[in-house]
Design a binder for this molecule. Structure first.
Ligand code: ZN
Length: 176
């Protein structure tokens, strides 16, 4: 008898190897995640799945902001990370974000993890895990794969409870 396929972590969600990288000047990781959470709340208020992201440069300036907008933009690629990367590239006038870090409320998917590597971001901090579509540690380990010689450090669990409860209340309200 077939049993429903349960999402299981196939990749170990290990803490970052070696010393945890320092946050950009003037920030804590939690402070940066609070900025991403503010973007996520805006997305939720607009009826989109509440996921938000910010990009900080090595000087600690937030150079990109993004929030989930696939419905409004009629664009399945309009994930918070993609929007934040596009915003950061536009504000820096560069297609490369070397030295920058991205904070996102939910574990990135395969598309966004690929974009993170293509953007040459130094690292990613995320809030809660995405057991269904997460491509950092839940369903794949894209950021650990050398893509054209590049990988990005990553650290999950930053304000994870707050990030998860925002998603849970959004879906609970939609079901109700
Ligand atoms: Zn994504």
């Amino acid at each position: 008898m077939d049993t429903p396929r349960q999402p299981e972590a196939r990749f170990a969600c290990l803490p970052v190897e070696g010393p945890v990288p320092s946050p950009p000047p003037g920030w804590t990781w939690e402070g940066l995640m609070a900025e991403a959470l503010a973007e996520a709340r805006h997305a939720g208020g607009a009826g989109e799945v509440p996921v938000g992201a910010v990009v900080a440069d090595p000087l600690g300036r937030i150079v990109g902001r993004g929030r989930n907008a696939p419905i409004a933009d009629c664009d399945p690629t309009a994930h918070a990370e993609i929007m934040a990367i596009r915003d950061a590239c536009a504000s820096l006038g560069s297609c490369r974000l070397g030295g920058c870090v991205l904070a996102v409320t939910l574990e990135p998917c395969t598309m966004c993890a690929g974009a993170i590597l293509h953007a040459r971001l130094a690292g990613v901090v995320y809030g809660c895990e995405d057991r269904l579509a997460g491509a950092v540690c839940s369903r794949a380990d894209v950021l650990d794969q050398l893509l054209a010689g590049r990988a990005a450090w990553h650290m999950g669990g930053v304000l994870a409870g707050e990030c998860a409860s925002l998603l849970e209340s959004f879906f609970a309200a939609r079901r109700g």
